[in-house]
Design a protein around this ligand. Structure first.
Ligand SMILES: [Zn+2]
Length: 373
């Protein structure tokens, strides 16, 4: 044990030396009571007094990283020393945190700079991009048309009908150079990985819109110009988008309903295929009916058989498919469901079905064929 005395006052130095003196066996040579009486002090102030003027350290009790020995100001701290062995010290932790923050800030800056080198070309901007951008502005934009706020700060279905689709919309706009990551995006959005790789959570990011306010106003006006809106409605790209949004309404509902039954499914290509087929013949409100029934059956199947939750969830898609075929073959009048309380109409859906198609239905109770007829 090494003693460092921090005072020139001889009396104080003697008190500290007595306090920390050890016998050859490593015991403290004097009891606190003895030190107090020798130096005319009250016993309960001795430790506090000594702590101001001295500390001890040992080479073997040091930070695991910088090897700086820990300092002990009182006997009780010293007696707890083994807890500190090889623990990383506060200075090292702070430095590490700072380095990570700097690295993340630097990554955000680089992303921003590389995006700024590619300005969007308004003349060649596709209809899908225009609609996505308008939906993003309406759902997440600030009052000045300059910032798109983080998606995760908003409830589900604000931008699009499904979480996965939300991210697809943002990714599309970034790839089109329409959104630039904000420099003050919170650092939690960036996750550093090994080998200098990193991932970014788009839901946590804020963006600047790469267009100025006049350009955005012009874009919005296009949608309210009857002639332009008419040309939008006839574009094959628009029909594809309508289908995509309706499909995602169904995917979003499927996930929510399965979760209600504590079943989980990550919908893949097969699920998309089956739901798309359903939407050729039925409205979203009717497909909700197929989904609701299939999920209920899957939950019952799980309860009465010794199958796994995974098998139960996987039975849902086949069930939807069979029920659709039966309904078609028998000409059943499939009852319309209401919108789920947790899945309100999204901005994207409002722009497509209410603004462009000019219907009040929101693409919900009527089939797409009926809506675009
Ligand atoms: Zn350290």
């Amino acid at each position: 044990m090494q003693l460092e005395i921090l005072t020139d006052d001889e009396q104080n130095a003697r008190i500290c030396a007595d306090y920390w003196r050890q016998t050859e066996e490593g015991e403290f040579a004097f009891k606190i009571r003895e030190i107090a009486s020798t130096h005319g002090m009250k016993p309960h102030v001795v430790s506090k007094y000594v702590e101001q003027y001295a500390f001890v350290w040992r080479e073997d009790i040091c930070c695991g990283r910088c090897k700086q020995p820990y300092r002990f100001g009182t006997r009780s701290q010293y007696q707890e020393r083994r807890w500190l062995q090889n623990r990383v010290c506060k200075a090292c932790m702070d430095a590490e945190r700072q380095a990570i923050a700097d690295k993340k800030r630097d990554l955000i800056l680089k992303m921003r700079q590389s995006a700024e080198n590619n300005m969007p070309d308004l003349k060649t901007l596709g209809l899908t991009s225009k609609i996505y951008l308008l939906a993003a502005i309406q759902a997440l934009g600030d009052e000045n048309f300059s910032i798109i706020e983080p998606l995760d700060d908003y409830p589900a279905c604000t931008l699009s009908p499904d979480f996965v689709y939300d991210h697809k919309v943002l990714r599309h706009l970034i790839d089109d150079h329409l959104l630039l990551i904000c420099l003050d995006t919170r650092l939690e959005a960036v996750e550093l990985q090994e080998d200098d790789r990193f991932s970014i959570d788009l839901g946590e990011c804020a963006f600047n819109i790469a267009l100025d306010a006049d350009q955005i106003t012009a874009l919005i006006n296009e949608f309210f110009d009857e002639e332009t809106a008419q040309s939008f409605r006839q574009a094959p790209e628009f029909i594809t988008l309508c289908k995509e949004v309706q499909l995602n309404e169904c995917l979003g509902f499927l996930k929510v309903i399965l979760e209600d039954h504590q079943l989980y499914l990550s919908p893949g290509e097969k699920t998309r295929q089956v739901l798309s087929q359903c939407l050729e013949k039925f409205s979203v409100a009717q497909v909700y009916n197929f989904i609701w029934r299939a999920a209920k059956d899957a939950a019952a199947y799980y309860m009465r058989s010794s199958i796994s939750k995974r098998q139960a969830a996987n039975s849902v898609v086949g069930n939807i498919s069979r029920n659709m075929e039966r309904a078609l073959a028998n000409g059943w009048d499939v009852k319309l469901f209401n919108r789920n309380y947790n899945l309100p109409q999204s901005s994207l859906s409002r722009i497509i079905f209410n603004v462009v198609l000019g219907t009040d239905d929101g693409g919900f109770e009527k089939t797409l064929h009926e809506l675009i007829a």
